[in-house]
Design a protein around this ligand. Structure first.
Ligand code: ADP
Ligand code: MG
Length: 658
């Protein structure tokens, strides 16, 4: 209860003169009843006029009974609390709280602002308020201060008890706006403590991990040196750097957990290949897991193409493999002849038994649950050794955030695209321009190019998305009879989906109407135009990721972001940012500021937990302090560390970061 904070406050600390009330404010008034009348209008209502020496206000009740009506007798005193609004003739209060008395009421007012708590089903606001008040008297006195006074002083933090007292019962003269906006020192102190606790928890997890033992893969890298000249392209400096960082990491006995982040098309796959070869040279197996069949297939092609040149065996395992092939794959994986294994979720199924898995690579990590990643890693836990892990993501985590909340991960960034890539040209248009766009599609397809039309919806509902896509598909079919318009969505069977995609890849269809299922990994170089509907509803990082599906060939690629007008300022600015920038890092940083990390990193499994008070979007400015405070505690007050973690982090949350 103590850490369940109010969302806003009411001011019942003073009586307002009726003549001085600003419309829109919550106020207490005291006056005498002038008249009470039932008005028969569009809605029957009881109007009660109340005056004090300064003015007149009308109370309006839509629900009332006879006895209630009678009680509003002329000349009686009444004390009300409610929101004053502009009415047709005078100020009004609709259904205020009130009490009627014969005499002028005592002015026994509240001494602090009244908190309004987020209510929960079955527990109304008054119950919560009462419980909160009780916990302030009963529990607050015994609450331990876990940030020592010296540290509080150094960072100008109010003591915990004071912070909580202020948050629950702010003094009448406080600036409520800063309080509600969480800018008040008391609330910042609470947010900071919570963030520090999370940071410390991650640090602790890291320590647990680094005490485990992993196989060491020698740095001499024979196979990689053999493959490098056969790739057919020069590695970028960023790729070379990340390959080195990774190589050093996995040459040590400490299990690596490294995120390789790089914008769409930055060339993460080949970096993964270099690491895999290092493990394979040491006699271990490497596994690469991708979130979709489509993407796994693409990786298989890449890896087979590369590795067969240097005599390394690639095996392939997905859910849709025919039984005989599957048996063979499983046998090769368990007898160790499969050195490199590429696949989907099928890789961590029970029947899969690796001879000696030394390196786990997870592509598009935000598409997997952490439990799934762990399930694969556990396939390699043998003889008291655990495998190294690399996770790849095109959704970059801003540095500031990574430092504090991915304390358990090492992060390598491929912050450079291979030369010759052209930025996608992006325009933002209202969906009233649909017809023009259809004409543009007609034109582009006549020249032999292909087009994506993406229909996202904000709801995480496959059914609704599928419906929207199906509708659009219908109307495009009609508008473009000479073209072959295909449809793919998450409600389709895997086989069906694959065959639609295959057709599009083989240029047998011109336009592909799709939901966000195409977000990751699809690679069709001939598709150079993408239209994204309802762009205003998607996160920037996700839009950027989607946009990365075009611009994979030699032609200049274009992306049209369609929105439904009218568009608010903030939404306009967001889309403008995407129009003006092709830099995934910059976009992710902005997305974080606008929408918070949950949106940015995907909702399913961010590796970041919901916090109770802190909000990373809002409180991002506190990150540097979080690190400094945590450092102080680790060094000088280690006894506080486990207590802070215990206070703020639920047990089952924590494993999400292993
Ligand atoms: P992502 O980082 O999005 O996973 P990929 O690894 O799929 O990117 O690489 C995208 C494409 O760029 C692939 O066709 C890959 O072979 C190619 N590629 C990777 N590195 C380079 C490079 N240094 N120069 C040219 N092409 C490259
Ligand atoms: Mg990739």
């Amino acid at each position: 209860m103590l850490f369940h904070l109010p969302i806003r406050y009411q001011d019942r600390t003073r009586i307002s003169a009726i003549g001085s009330i600003q419309p829109g404010s919550d106020v207490v008034i005291v006056g005498q009843i002038e008249v009470a009348d039932v008005q028969f209008g569009r809605r029957r209502s009881l109007l009660v006029k109340v005056s004090d020496t300064t003015g007149l206000i009308t109370l309006r009740f839509f629900h009332f009974n006879q006895s209630q009506q009678k009680a509003f007798a002329r000349g009686k005193w009444i004390k009300c609390f409610g929101e004053a609004r502009r009415g047709p003739r005078s100020l009004e209060m609709v259904h205020p709280e009130y009490r009627i008395t014969n005499e002028q009421p005592e002015t026994n007012l509240e001494t602090s602002l009244t908190p309004v708590y987020p209510a929960t089903e079955g527990v109304g606001p008054n119950v919560i308020r009462k419980l909160a008040a009780q916990s302030l008297t009963l529990a607050l006195p015994d609450l331990a201060e876990l940030i020592p006074p010296a540290v509080c002083e150094q960072f100008s933090l109010p003591p915990l008890k004071q912070a909580l007292q202020t948050a629950h019962t702010p003094p009448a003269d406080i600036d409520t706006a800063t309080l509600v906006a969480h800018k008040h020192p008391s609330l910042q102190r609470l947010a900071l403590e919570e963030m520090v606790a999370h940071h410390l928890a991650l640090f602790q997890l890291r320590q647990q991990r680094v005490t485990a033992v992993a196989p060491k893969f020698s740095l001499n890298r024979r196979s990689w040196e053999k493959l490098k000249p056969l790739l057919g392209f020069q590695l970028t400096n960023a790729q070379l750097r990340v390959i080195e960082e990774t190589a050093t990491d996995i040459s040590q006995a400490i299990p690596a957990l490294r995120m390789i982040q790089g914008d769409v098309g930055s060339g993460k796959t080949v970096v993964a290949a270099a690491a895999a070869l290092q493990a394979i040279d040491a006699g271990f197996q490497a596994a690469l897991m991708a979130p979709t069949e489509l993407l796994a297939e693409q990786h298989r092609k890449n890896f087979s193409g590369w590795f067969e040149k240097i005599g390394v065996q690639v095996e392939w395992l997905t859910g849709k493999l025919p039984a005989a092939e599957r048996r063979k794959a499983l046998a090769n994986i368990s007898n160790g002849s499969a050195q490199m294994v590429v696949g989907t979720h099928a890789l961590f199924q029970e029947q899969v038994d690796f001879a000696q898995l030394g390196l786990v690579i997870v592509d598009e990590q935000h598409r997997f649950g952490v439990d799934q990643r762990l399930a694969l890693r556990n396939k390699g836990n043998k003889k008291n050794q655990v495998p190294h892990q690399l996770i790849m993501s095109a959704t970059p985590i801003p540095r500031s955030l990574a430092m504090v909340f991915y304390a358990d991960l090492d992060v390598s960034s491929i912050d450079e695209l291979p030369p010759g890539r052209k930025a996608v040209n992006t325009v933002v248009l209202p969906d009233t321009r649909r017809e023009d766009i259809v004409e543009r599609i007609r034109h582009v397809c006549a020249e032999g190019q292909q087009v994506y039309w993406v229909c996202p919806l904000i709801e995480e509902s496959d059914t609704l998305q599928a419906q929207a896509a199906t509708d659009t598909w219908g109307s495009l079919e009609q508008a473009l009879p000479e073209l072959n318009v295909a449809l793919v969505h998450g409600k389709m069977k895997g086989k069906e989906k694959d065959s639609v995609m295959q057709k599009f890849r083989d240029a047998k269809s011109n336009v592909l109407v799709a939901t966000t299922v195409i977000e990751v990994g699809v690679d069709v170089p001939n598709a150079n135009l993408m239209i994204i509907e309802n762009a205003e509803r998607l996160g920037l990082a996700q839009l950027h990721q989607l946009r990365g599906r075009v611009g994979r060939g030699a032609e200049q690629a274009n992306c049209v972001l369609l929105y439904k007008p009218p568009l608010g300022r903030l939404a306009k600015d967001r889309l403008a940012l995407l129009r003006d920038s092709n830099d995934g890092f910059e976009i992710a940083q902005k997305d974080l500021e606008h929408r918070g990390p949950g949106e940015m990193l995907g909702t399913r499994q961010t590796g970041l937990q919901q916090m109770r008070i802190a909000d990373l979007g809002r409180d991002i400015g506190l990150l540097p302090k979080v690190e400094q405070i945590a450092e102080q505690l680790k060094q000088h007050h280690p006894e506080s560390v486990p207590l802070l973690i215990q206070r703020w982090i639920r047990q089952n949350d924590i494993y999400a970061n292993v």
